[in-house]
Write a protein that binds this ligand. Structure first.
Ligand code: ADP
Ligand code: F6P
Length: 324
């Protein structure tokens, strides 16, 4: 019998985390289950910082970016001693299961907690990077892509007016997912990502060919983890071969905040509700992924063992094929 559940957000925050917390709390309370929110990721478990969630405490948060529970990176939780303290907190609080909203690092920690201390865990993928295996979308990805797209649309106006080239850096230390989607959505002339070799010669040729056809505005989207050294690195190398006026724009953490898109609110709500259902039905050690636009349960062990999902090279190629 499940009477009380815990929930926390961990790793980088992402828009949609609040919508998932709300959905989980509401789904639990409609079944008479109490929910404890642990603060600042695994810190809340290790150091015993929590707050009781109720229906009203999750009111008016579905539209807010970030996470009302706070998040952190918790080095103590990486060690067995830290996880033992976390398990003790959960036992003292009489928690019957734990929902972890975060990325693959958070899921590694969740699995260790489950293996070592028999805690029932369910993960919900929340990171703007969309780099979790077993799900087509992570909470916050759609919002981040839309934020980057709106920013680049604005940069495009000044590029078209002045003829200057713009190198725009988007987030993604290890993942080019935001860069690829944003490049397609903004009609960028180039896109550079960590997962593929940065062919600067080919980029320069493409820009020169576009200029020769009379194109005035040139947007090159660069993922922060690109091997050439982010947007500044790429701009330096291009400028040596093609010294035209240019500017560098780093979008940074703007992409991590802001109101979640409808898509992120919907998948967050579906995921939060299914996470509760799974725990109530006695299923754990799983992640709620989105596959074929539907919420599904994926074994956490597979998620963690598999590592990052495949890069969408088809979409990357499309971005390059249809660049003006
Ligand atoms: P994300 O969840 O977004 O991938 P991190 O990789 O920073 O973010 O992980 C978030 C937290 O999860 C870490 O600060 C740590 O507390 C915990 N964690 C990450 N990897 C492990 C691991 N291998 N074992 C135990 N805990 C981990
Ligand atoms: O949330 C994911 C992410 O934004 C990555 O794209 C980025 O490399 C990293 O987090 C930066 O996080 P922080 O500034 O918290 O170290």
């Amino acid at each position: 019998m499940v009477r009380r559940l815990g929930i926390l957000t961990s790793g980088g925050d992402s828009p949609g985390m609040n919508a998932a917390i709300r959905a989980a709390e509401r789904s639990a309370s409609s079944r008479g289950i109490e929910v404890i929110g642990y603060q600042d990721g695994y810190n809340g478990l290790v150091f015993g910082q929590s707050t009781d969630l109720g229906d009203r405490s999750v009111g008016n948060i579905i539209q807010r970016g970030g996470t009302v529970l706070g998040t952190s990176r918790c080095p103590e939780f990486r060690e067995p001693e830290g996880r033992a303290k976390a398990a003790e907190t959960l036992r003292n609080d009489k928690v019957d299961g734990l929902i972890i909203i975060g990325g693959d690092g958070s899921f590694k920690g969740a699995l260790a907690l489950s293996d070592e201390h028999g805690i029932d865990v369910v993960g919900i993928p929340g990171t703007i990077d969309n780099d979790v295996w077993g799900t087509e979308e992570t909470l916050g990805f759609d919002t981040a892509v839309n934020s980057a797209m709106r920013a680049i649309d604005q940069v495009r106006d000044t590029s078209e007016s002045t003829g200057m080239m713009f190198f725009v850096e988007v987030m993604g230390r290890h993942s080019g997912a935001i860069a690829i989607q944003t490049a397609v959505a903004t009609g960028a002339v180039g896109v550079l990502v960590p997962e593929s070799h940065s062919d600067i010669d080919r980029l320069v040729n493409r820009i020169e060919a576009a200029r020769a056809r009379g194109k005035r505005s040139h947007i090159i989207v660069v993922a922060e983890g690109d091997e050439a050294g982010g947007a500044f690195g790429v701009a330096d190398r291009v400028n040596k071969m093609m010294p035209y006026p240019h500017r560098v724009v780093v979008l940074g953490h703007i992409q991590r905040g802001g109101a979640p898109t409808a898509r992120d609110r919907v998948i967050a709500s579906q995921s939060g509700a299914l996470a509760i259902q799974a725990l109530v039905d006695g299923r754990s050690g799983i992640m709620i992924g989105i596959q074929g636009a539907l919420p599904v349960e994926v074994p956490l062990k597979e998620v963690v063992e598999h590592g990052p999902p495949a890069t969408d090279y088809g979409l990357l190629q499309l971005a390059r094929d249809i660049a003006g």
